[in-house]
Design a protein around this ligand. Structure first.
Ligand code: NAP
Length: 321
């Protein structure tokens, strides 16, 4: 039996992935901050596919919440309520328009939600992973400042954790919401590459993959945007133009299905340290932004991220890292 933990598995791309995983017979842990919506999805998946679905309260923007969620999962493991995790899908995320917001620990919200929370979550879940588990972070093509998607949203800036965590504080100029988002996703890709290197160095068989679902306008992703932007983005004309100018375009079924395949399909069992993209009905490993291959920057991002986590929640990271 396969068991998969997915964050944000009750909506959008995550929901499509959860449905595909349940159809394939995987038991699920739905982790998120919307218990009622998660319960509805759990009921649907159990009724339709007979799988077991556990619900874990988790707000990825809050390091304290991540810690509590991991502790709760640890208790389930001790009692045998759930099996080892064969995949952890860090899929939850978003962009936050309007004024710069901060997490409960005081870190910029986009960076905290899309990057820091995942770093802590994966670290704390390591003891509960099966030997060849797959860790997948849903990143975004917008992370690449040279891509059409990156330019449309706002080109990512230097992935410096110590700066990004405090964007807009103490009179510093805030980054646009688009740039905060694309940069947080650049951090996500670099985190996966660094995680992969560290896993290999340890001799671990756990795999790490970054995934770009492409532009998927029919999810809740644009919910903070003006109605007119949401309407235009979901038209087929917008998709057509986007594709013509080089954007990476997909739909929720294909992107969610791709995430599910990366998580459990035997064909991807030996893939690690790679960046996969769902583009117009094709899932393939592609090159990410040039900067993401900079090992020195990635190692610094890792160390600075761990420092930020430790400053906010001392002793949170597992003692070995
Ligand atoms: N749609 C696109 O065009 C696109 C393109 C590239 C990458 N992505 C990425 O794909 C992933 C899924 O997004 P989506 O498009 O499917 O949008 P979505 O429908 O809005 O789903 C986002 C999910 O993330 C959850 N989430 C957000 N913040 C959270 C937090 N602090 N704690 C726990 N859960 C949180 C949401 O939960 P709630 O329901 O509680 O808000 C929701 O389930 C995101 O990482 C997004 O950045 C999307």
């Amino acid at each position: 039996m396969t068991t998969v933990l997915i964050t944000g598995g009750h909506s959008g791309i995550g929901l499509a992935a959860s449905r595909e995983l349940a159809r394939a017979g995987a038991d699920l842990v739905l982790a998120g901050r919307s218990p009622e919506r998660m319960q509805q999805v759990a009921d649907e998946l159990t009724a339709d596919h007979g799988v077991t679905v556990a619900l874990l309260r988790l707000d990825t923007s809050s390091l304290a919440s991540v810690r509590e969620a991991a502790a709760e999962l640890g208790r389930w493991r001790e009692t045998g309520a759930i099996a080892e995790l064969d995949a952890v899908l860090c899929n939850a995320g978003g962009r936050y328009d309007g004024e710069v917001g901060y997490s409960t620990e005081g870190y910029e919200l986009t960076f905290a939600t899309n990057h820091l929370g995942n770093v802590l979550l994966v670290d704390l879940l390591r003891p509960h992973l099966s030997a060849m588990a797959r860790v997948i972070v849903t990143a975004s093509g917008t992370h690449d400042p040279e891509s059409v998607d990156g330019r449309l949203v706002g080109a990512a800036v230097e992935p410096d954790a110590a700066v990004l965590a405090h964007i807009g504080r103490d009179g510093a100029a805030p980054l646009s919401a688009g740039k905060r988002y694309s940069t947080s996703k650049m951090c996500a890709v670099m985190y996966i590459y660094e995680l992969d290197r560290r896993l290999r160095a340890e001799g671990s068989d756990v795999h790490a993959i970054a995934f770009d679902p492409g532009q998927v306008p029919e999810t809740g992703f644009l919910r903070d945007m003006p109605r007119i932007v949401q309407r235009v983005a979901t038209t087929s004309l917008f998709g057509w133009i986007s594709k013509r100018i080089g954007g990476v375009v997909s739909d929720v079924g294909f992107s969610g299905g791709s995430l599910a395949r990366l998580a459990i399909a035997p064909g991807y069992a030996d893939r690690t340290g790679e960046y996969f993209q769902a583009n117009d009905g094709v899932l393939s490993a592609v090159r990410s932004a040039t900067l993401t291959y900079d090992r020195r920057r990635a190692a610094k991002l890792w160390d600075d991220s761990v420092d930020l986590i430790e400053q906010a929640v001392p002793g949170a990271m597992a003692p070995t890292r």
